[in-house]
Design a protein around this ligand. Structure first.
Ligand code: HEC
Length: 199
């Protein structure tokens, strides 16, 4: 009984500290008004909390090591930018070693993405009042040719801000938009040009 209470209190303290951390990441203005420097400051504030959230709990069908290691991959975003897709959220993209060279060329045609490429994209929202809210971690993995013809051999996955894998119809929720809009560039949307890390 006593132990149970301690656990509840520990949980409460965690929840409260989580809340406090979030409150500290006020942007002060709407997301679309943020300069790159301001967007970076919000990201720096939110960074640890965002990752802690994604890491919570069992990842089930999503390879847990993608979530555990994506921060050590090559960043493709110089600062968080919101292109309007992905629910107006500000985005930060990371590419694993297999895919980094191809991705960072940002070619608009003839893109051949090597199998084993994994791309992770963090997201967070900043509302009209400047309130900051963690968003999902979006993941794309290029699998061997012929394994998933309907999605051009991309596996799409998403982890909710609380770490739960998000169940969805990836064809309609992810693949159709990527293939229809970016089919010529291998299904890749790329960060907006001014936010791209180049080599
Ligand atoms: C309405 C169109 C649309 C839908 C639906 C969509 N995306 Fe995207 N996605 C984009 C755009 C545009 C970009 C590039 C945006 C940026 O990084 O600034 C992008 C980028 C990405 C990236 C980074 C790699 C890249 O393409 O540059 C990942 C990973 C990703 N999306 C995963 C997903 C997943 C998983 C889903 C489904 C849950 C999904 N997307 C649904 C439009 C879409």
């Amino acid at each position: 009984m006593k132990r149970r209470l301690q656990l509840v209190l520990a949980g409460l303290a965690l929840a409260l500290s989580g809340h406090a951390a979030q409150a500290a990441c006020e942007a002060g203005k709407a997301g679309y008004e943020l300069t790159p420097t301001e967007a970076t400051a919000v990201y720096d504030c939110l960074k640890a909390e965002l990752l802690d959230g994604y890491l919570q709990g069992d990842k089930r069908w999503i390879p847990a090591d993608y979530v555990a290691s994506y921060r050590s991959w090559t960043p493709a975003s110089a600062f968080p930018a919101a292109p309007g897709f992905h629910g107006e959220r500000l985005l930060m993209t990371y590419v694993n070693e297999i895919g980094a060279d191809t991705y960072l060329e940002y070619r608009d045609e003839g893109v051949i993405v090597p199998a084993g490429t994994v791309i992770a994209k963090e997201s967070f929202a900043v509302d009209e009042q400047g309130k900051v809210q963690p968003g999902p971690l979006f993941i794309m993995e290029k699998v061997e040719a012929g394994r998933s013809p309907q999605t051009d051999d991309w596996f799409y996955m998403a982890v909710a801000p609380n770490g739960s894998p998000m169940a969805m119809d990836v064809i309609s929720a992810c693949s159709e938009c990527h293939q229809q809009n970016f089919g010529a560039q291998g299904g890749l949307g790329y960060p907006v040009p001014e936010a791209r890390v180049t080599r």
